[in-house]
Structures are given as C-alpha cells and as structure tokens.
Design a protein around this ligand. Structure first.
Ligand SMILES: [Zn+2]
Length: 420
C-alpha cells in the first residue's frame, strides 16, 4: 500500500466534491492586496491565482497587469494563510468519532472546523474491543466515500489500543493491550488505506515489529502513551517510530537522573512531535524548551479536541470514560486531562501572542509541518504552486474572515453574519 494505493486514496480524497458558498463552481480566483504567508516568507502586498480546478497556479508580489480570473477577492490588507491541518482530533460540536461516523452527523463539525480556519484533519479514535474497532473502521471508511462540505477528512489516526496502562491518560484501561501483528493487519485492511497514523507504546510486546510493518505499508508509527525509558525511546526513534504523539503528555517525563521519553524527544534529530498548545496541557516555557531543542520545523500543533469543543460546559464521552468540561478544560473525575476543547487557530494564536514566534512560524507548525509528517504535503498544507487552494483569510486580530477548500469558499464571516 505504501506506494500506489496510498496515492490513489490521496487522489480520491482530494477529488471529493465540496459544496461552496458565494462562488460558482469551476471559477478561477485572484486573491490580492494583502500579506501571503508561504512556508519560507511572508509576501507583503502579494497575490495568489487559483485556477478553475481549485489549484494554486501563481503566487507573487503585486498582481501583474493583465492577469484576469472569473472572480477577484480583495484582502483589504488582511492576511492569507494556508488552511490548518489537525492530525489529532477526536471530535467537536458534540460529535465523537468513537461513536459518530455518519456523514450527516459529522457535517456540522466539518463546517465548524472550516469557520475556525481548519481545512483538513484526521479522525482520531479507538474502541472498546476488536469487533467494535473493526466496525468503526469500516463505518468511517464508508463515510469518507460521501461528498462533504467544510473541512476535509484525510483519514484516521488510531490512538490505541496499543498504549501503556501506566500512561493511558483518559483511555479506559480495559481497552488497552499489546499489538498482535495479525490484528494490526486486519485493522489496516479494514481502514481501506485511510489509516495514516497509529500511536503505540514501544515497551509493549511486538511494538517494534508492528512499527516496522506500519512503516512498510505507508502508515506513520507514532510513539506515544508510553512509559518508555530514555534508552528505549532512543532505540524507537532509531527504528521505525518517526513521529511523537503529544510530546510531554502521557509519556515518561524528564528527570535529570532519568531523562525519560521527554528527554529523548528533546534530544532527537529526526522525529516530528505533536504539541497541544492550549497552555492547559503544556506550560509555555516548556514549549520554549521544545523549540530550543528540536527547532520549529519538527513541531506539529494539534488540538486533541474532543466532543465538547465548540459546545457548552458539561459531561461528555471520550475513550470510554466520562469527561467533565469546565472553564475551557476537559478532565476525568479524578482530574486527569482528557483531550482539549481548543481550536487549532487558538493554538496558533497562543504561539504568536504568548510564546513569541512569528505568525508564519506558528502557521507552519499547524499546516506544512503536519502535512509533511502525514505525507500529505504534495496536496495541501502550504500556499505553494500546484497545491490545493485550501486557504484562510485572517484579519488583524487573527480571526477568520473567509475559508476556502480547493478554491471554493466554504466559510464566510460576512454571509454567516447575514444568515444569523
Ligand atoms: Zn488523543
């Protein structure tokens, strides 16, 4: 699957129809008169030309005379960023991917994500037992065959069941066990090519063999929910574990005599590391330490958001446990953090306003970095020629004005205000 099936799936997901507002189908668009955030520089007073296939075909400074398109969008000094990509999302707007897979149930969440600058995501889930997880994979894979609106789902992240009991976080302990290769193979087959990431703890029996198999079939083996020693973590990173699930959270922590999994991540040379930058899960200065250690290009901002994101405080479900949401924080009854209720844009804003990185650097951490980590950078994740026009206009306060998916407007603050 590593090669051709993966590419077929990418193409298929990229070609799914997207409902648009404001623009007619198959229209070329010029977006200009504002800042354009590309991976390596921000172009002041730049322009982007999107062809009628929804692909970015030109980017530059000041629109040349004579360039014409079916429609023109004036940024009015605002900023154009690539749509954000959340590779660790359990749900939101009441949707819980452990239970909800029906396209009509998920549609409001897709629209909500687009309104919050997220244009693509991975559905993250696990289940109580093998039959349930099999059924869930099948149902989610089928649901991706239906047209969607708003943010696009690019596949699944299996967070479990191959997690450490000691570092299970909010997961129900009865759900967790060591992997059997035959079991993993079945999940991969049922996922029909949509499984992109599997989180597993390297200290479990068969974990290294499983990671090797995942790598072989083009699925990212993510190191996470682990009580691994520093030495074992280094061994995992030298092997087939190329990505880290929410660094600092649910892993053996740093101690000066026992540097743990966190120490291994901080000293790592290759792995990409997910970070929940809601300032509930990780202290801003620990984030600064991470930046100083592994640099800006290997950090992948995620939300780990659950069903309560975008909803009122109350009691919700996550990974087989009841989660109490209060004051923008989600916890089990015993106080354990249980996912977040943040949006990815809030995490970007936090990085800019409180950690002090530039907007371009923060946006990269939530767009091109996750796209590279999940092998999606040939499709989306940045404002570059030949990429899908997944774009967001942000105002001076970093709030979304308009969101496009494949060159079609799927959210507009103006028309939302008119409709409400
Ligand atoms: Zn999670």
């Amino acid at each position: 699957m590593a090669g051709s099936l993966r590419r077929q799936i990418d193409l298929y997901l990229n070609n799914l129809f997207h409902r648009s507002i404001g623009l007619k189908e198959n229209m070329s668009v010029i977006i200009h008169h504002g800042s354009i955030v590309t991976p390596n520089k921000t172009i002041k007073d730049g322009y982007v030309f999107v062809n009628d296939a929804g692909i970015i075909s030109q980017i530059g400074e000041r629109l040349p005379v004579g360039v014409q398109a079916s429609q023109t969008i004036d940024l009015q000094g605002n900023t154009l960023i690539p749509g954000l990509l959340d590779i660790h999302l359990h749900g939101g707007c009441g949707v819980n991917f452990e239970k909800d897979y029906q396209p009509e149930v998920i549609a409001p969440l897709n629209n909500h994500l687009a309104a919050q600058a997220t244009t693509a995501y991975l559905r993250t889930f696990c289940a109580a037992a093998k039959p349930e997880l099999e059924a869930l994979l099948l149902a989610h894979a089928e649901s991706l065959k239906v047209e969607s609106s708003g943010a696009r789902c690019f596949g699944f992240h299996l967070e479990g069941p191959f997690l450490s009991q000691q570092k299970r976080g909010a997961f129900n302990p009865e759900w967790l066990h060591a992997p059997e290769l035959s079991e993993v193979r079945e999940y991969i087959a049922l996922g029909q090519g949509y499984i992109r990431q599997v989180t597993l703890a390297p200290e479990l029996d068969n974990a290294f063999e499983t990671a090797a198999y995942l790598n072989q079939v083009g699925v990212v083996a993510a190191f996470g929910h682990t009580n691994a020693s520093f030495e074992l973590a280094i061994e995992a990173f030298n092997g087939n574990f190329r990505h880290v699930t929410h660094v600092f959270n649910a892993m053996s922590s740093f101690n000066h005599r026992n540097p743990g999994a966190v120490g291994a991540v901080l000293l790592s040379k290759m792995v990409t590391a997910e970070l929940i930058a809601d300032f509930v899960h990780v202290h801003p200065q620990a984030i600064q330490l991470l930046i100083n250690s592994i640099g800006l290009q290997r950090i992948v901002l995620i939300t780990d958001a659950m069903a309560a994101a975008g909803m009122q405080d109350g009691v919700y479900d996550l990974a087989g446990q009841s989660v109490h949401v209060c004051n923008h924080t989600a916890r089990l009854e015993d106080g354990t953090l249980a996912g977040s209720v943040a949006t990815l844009l809030e995490c970007v804003q936090n990085m800019v306003c409180k950690v002090g990185v530039s907007l371009r650097e923060a946006v990269n951490m939530a767009s091109i970095n996750p796209a590279r980590a999940m092998h999606l950078a040939h499709i989306t994740g940045s404002i570059e020629v030949n990429k899908s026009a997944d774009l967001v206009i942000l105002d001076q306060d970093l709030s979304p004005v308009q969101t496009m998916v494949k060159g079609k407007v799927v959210y507009s603050r103006e028309s939302n205000a008119l409709n409400s």
